[in-house]
Ligand binder design. Structure first.
Ligand SMILES: Cc1cc2nc3c(=O)[nH]c(=O)nc-3n(C[C@H](O)[C@H](O)[C@H](O)COP(=O)(O)O)c2cc1C
Ligand SMILES: O=C(O)C(=O)c1ccccc1
Length: 406
């Protein structure tokens, strides 16, 4: 029967229906969910992991996805976020929320950057260049690994051609000090703002998967920052190659004053879990620490980073910057880490999965997923600015008792 009134179509609630609605430019349009995200059906970091794991050769997926020994810490890094619940404050105007923070003298879009990770060209031919371009486009910073497959000069240049972006250079302590110094000087000349000295890797962790399948970087890739050619890589196992270059005799007194004497860049320590090491980093005049267990790839059975974070933040008492990485897979995780004392979060594997999924566009999509989720979490918890994110927004559910406040 026609009565002259337009009634909306009664559509069944299937995923296809939502795709259809999102494609409409009319009243159904949902502007915050981008068409790329909807069209690719990649809506979460787990979706990116699945896509990467099914498209990469098995040895490469295993290398990226695994942690050390029994995978306990890698698992805990993500799972430990699950013990916190969000406690929203309601009826607050969240039509405008401020997600940005200043970092290395420039505002980033939201408190999330991409951790340094080696062998990015095994995920996508454009590797670190694609990551740099995506970070620049999305307005976040990038860590360049000493085991990058492109020179730092090309990586910073690729990003800066898209938009101004800050990079930091990750450094291992090397047997060859002159080589280590060349990395620092090249990074500074290429515009990097900080050295991230990785402190958790005097030797590589126990990587059973790599040892079982004799893991080596694919033929044709080299490590221009540590000046190792593809042929040299092929001549040794990954583990032996790392041990030959890396110095296990690293220590605070030898490294930090020396670094301070050769560079004006900030000096950050990556891989801190104990509050005592935060104190030592302060004593040595370091600028920041990354609370990190290397994504669970070094010493297994260390605590999840979100569990180590509060004591580290407490020890810092605002005297040194505290960032965190490991297991962050959603904007809600970022929100929780900020509430528990981090100024900013970093992600490792999500960028590698995103690269394998779709190169630069994949990394942009990964950052967009985390940004959208973080912003929406701020809105739904009633936080208008980053400084509103405190432990007051978190609670823990006890099995037997009432909701515990932090
Ligand atoms: C494949 C891979 C390579 C990595 N390479 C480096 C590296 O070269 N230097 C470094 O300091 N950390 C490296 N990391 C550790 C990351 O910087 C970061 O601490 C970790 O990935 C964070 O955990 P997430 O992957 O759970 O986000 C690597 C991690 C992965 C997964
Ligand atoms: O595997 C790692 O965690 C890592 O730090 C690394 C080291 C050398 C090359 C590639 C990755």
């Amino acid at each position: 029967m026609h009565c002259g009134k337009t009634t909306p179509p009664q559509l069944p609630l299937t995923p296809e229906t939502w795709m259809y609605l999102a494609d409409q430019k009319g009243p159904f349009s949902t502007s915050r969910v981008s068409s790329q995200k909807m069209a690719s059906k990649i809506l979460s970091i787990a979706d990116l992991k699945e896509s990467a794991s099914s498209s990469l050769p098995e040895f490469a997926a295993e290398f990226f996805n695994s942690g050390a020994t029994n995978q306990i810490t890698m698992h805990d890094n993500s799972a430990a976020y699950g013990k916190y619940r969000l406690l929203p404050r309601v009826l607050r105007d969240v039509s405008r929320v401020e997600t940005g923070i200043p970092l290395f003298g420039r505002d980033i879009t939201f408190p999330l950057c991409v951790s340094p990770a080696g062998l990015q060209a095994m995920a996508h031919p454009e590797g670190d260049l694609a990551t740099s371009r995506a970070c620049a486009k999305m307005g976040v910073n990038m860590g360049v690994s000493s085991y990058a497959n492109y020179p730092v000069e090309e990586i910073t240049d690729a990003g800066n051609k898209v938009a101004p972006i800050n990079h930091v250079m990750q450094l291992y302590t090397l047997n060859d000090k002159a080589k280590q110094e060349r990395i620092v000087r090249r990074a500074e000349a290429a515009g990097c703002k900080a050295i991230f000295l990785t402190a958790d890797s005097p030797v590589l962790g126990v990587r059973w998967n790599e040892w079982r399948n004799g893991f080596k970087a694919p033929v044709g890739l080299d490590y221009p920052m540590i000046e190792i050619s593809s042929d040299e890589i092929q001549a040794a196992s990954h583990d032996d190659g790392f041990a030959a270059v890396n110095s296990a005799s690293h220590n605070w007194a030898a490294e930090i004053p020396w670094l301070r004497s050769i560079t004006k860049m900030e000096i950050w320590i990556k891989g801190v879990l104990a509050p005592e090491d935060v104190e030592t980093a302060i004593e040595y005049g370091c600028d920041g620490v990354i609370v990190s267990n290397h994504g669970g790839r070094q010493l297994d059975e260390t605590p999840a980073t979100i569990d180590a974070l509060p004591a580290c933040a407490k020890a810092a008492r605002g005297r040194i910057r505290i960032h965190v990485d490991g297991g962050i897979r959603s904007g809600v995780d970022i929100f929780k880490a900020l509430a528990l004392g981090a100024e900013c979060c970093w992600v490792g594997r999500p960028a590698l999965w995103a690269l394998a999924h779709d190169g630069q566009q994949g990394v942009e999509l990964m950052l967009e997923i985390l940004y959208d989720d973080f912003k929406r979490c701020m809105q739904l918890t009633g936080c208008r600015s980053i400084s509103d994110i405190t432990t007051a927004s978190l609670a823990v559910v006890n099995a037997s008792g009432p909701l515990a406040r932090l």
